[in-house]
Design a protein around this ligand. Structure first.
Ligand code: AMP
Ligand code: MG
Length: 350
């Protein structure tokens, strides 16, 4: 299969190209498109075969539910059985935006979408290309990240093609995404609400609006992964590069020293090493024969989030065998970065 690429302006995409992509969606085809978080792999939520094909294209296990994307909050009654007042409030505050709400599902929502759960995850993306595609197709679109399952999520159309060229019908290329990590997933079917996955909307921003939010990070073992998951982002090994990823935890000064030492030791064994670090750490590695990818300043967690997946893919492309990365602060977007690095890590160095 030839994967068609529509190159579009991210702010005002050409309506005729959007119309073609929307036709493809309505014909049951798979079309990847940019959102503000990462590229999604889109299918008509009301076409069961198209939904099934997403799992095949990604190699995604059937027990991982999909997020349903809507053109606006006004369409919620199409996919949700009952809309609690808290959902209305959060939608008004954060949509369009990187916040996914888990709500009781509408009977019209296929079990394939929700992994047979009684709930559905839903959001309105803040990206002109995504919104225009949703409007033009006139149906809700399910869209998991447009990568092979378990791999690093795509933040450019090129990344999508690296993973899925020849496997999907098309991709709308609207350049690099702006947030760079996935949406925050918030379960509103329990009280207080529970944060299932940290993402583009910070936990602090949610707490400021709605008060208490539960968050109990859980990183499952490989054996537990075989059991059904409440949410796919909770899988332990996920968002991972090909290279091994060693994550260094603990206080800042100590971390750079431990990473440096590990780089030196690995270098002696002839293994190719990459470091995924902040600008502030750069000085510790200048004299070493390692590939360096700078995430940006520690003061700009939004920049670090945006560069995270780009960096993991770039180091993979450079052929490094081990990537060394520090744990970042558990604040703002740092919580999402932490979560993704934990899940990508093959080893955690305390
Ligand atoms: P992604 O591949 O980034 O689209 O991953 C989908 C995300 O949606 C997962 O990480 C889950 O957290 C979330 N999700 C989807 N449906 C549900 C659901 N019914 N209950 C809880 N989480 C869900
Ligand atoms: Mg994903």
């Amino acid at each position: 299969m030839q994967t068609k690429v529509w190159r579009v302006d991210p702010h005002s995409p050409d309506p005729s190209q959007i119309a073609e992509a929307a036709q493809a969606i309505l014909a049951g085809q798979l079309v990847a498109f940019p959102t503000e978080t990462v590229y999604g792999l889109g299918a008509n939520a009301f076409n069961r075969d198209a939904v099934r094909r997403i799992f095949i294209a990604k190699g995604r296990p059937a027990q991982d539910p999909l997020i349903v994307h809507l053109a606006s909050a006004a369409l919620l009654p199409q996919v949700v059985r009952q809309i609690p007042p808290l959902a209305e409030r959060l939608a008004a505050l954060f949509w369009p935006g990187p916040l996914t709400l888990v709500l009781p599902k509408h009977p019209a929502i296929f079990d394939e979408i929700t992994a047979a759960l009684p709930t559905v995850a839903v959001r309105v993306p803040a990206h002109a290309v995504a919104l225009e595609l949703l409007r033009a197709s006139g149906v809700p679109i399910v869209a998991p990240s447009a990568n092979r399952f378990g791999h690093v999520s795509p933040t450019t159309a090129q990344h999508v093609l690296e993973d899925l060229e020849g496997v999907i019908e098309g991709v709308l290329d609207g350049g690099a995404t702006t947030v760079g990590v996935e949406s925050t997933v918030l379960d509103l079917t329990c009280s207080p609400p529970r944060l299932l996955r940290p993402g583009g909307v910070s936990l602090e921003a949610l707490q400021a609006q709605i008060g208490e939010v539960l968050y109990t990070p859980r990183f499952t073992s490989a054996a537990e992964e075989l059991a059904p998951q409440p949410s796919p982002g909770l899988l332990a090994k996920h968002y991972a590069p090909r290279a091994e990823l060693w994550l260094f935890t603990g206080e800042r000064e100590g971390v750079s020293g431990k990473m440096r030492q590990a780089a030196v030791e690995l270098g002696k064994t002839g293994r190719r090493v990459g470091v995924l670090i902040s600008e502030e750490q750069q000085g510790s590695f200048g004299d070493l024969a390692v590939e360096v990818y700078l995430l940006g300043s520690e003061k700009r967690l939004d920049d670090m989030a945006k560069r995270l997946y780009v960096g993991l893919r770039a180091l993979d492309r450079q052929g490094v065998e081990v990537i060394l990365a520090p744990e970042v602060v558990a604040e703002g977007l740092g919580l999402a970065i932490r979560d993704r690095l934990r899940r990508a890590a093959t080893r955690v160095v305390e």
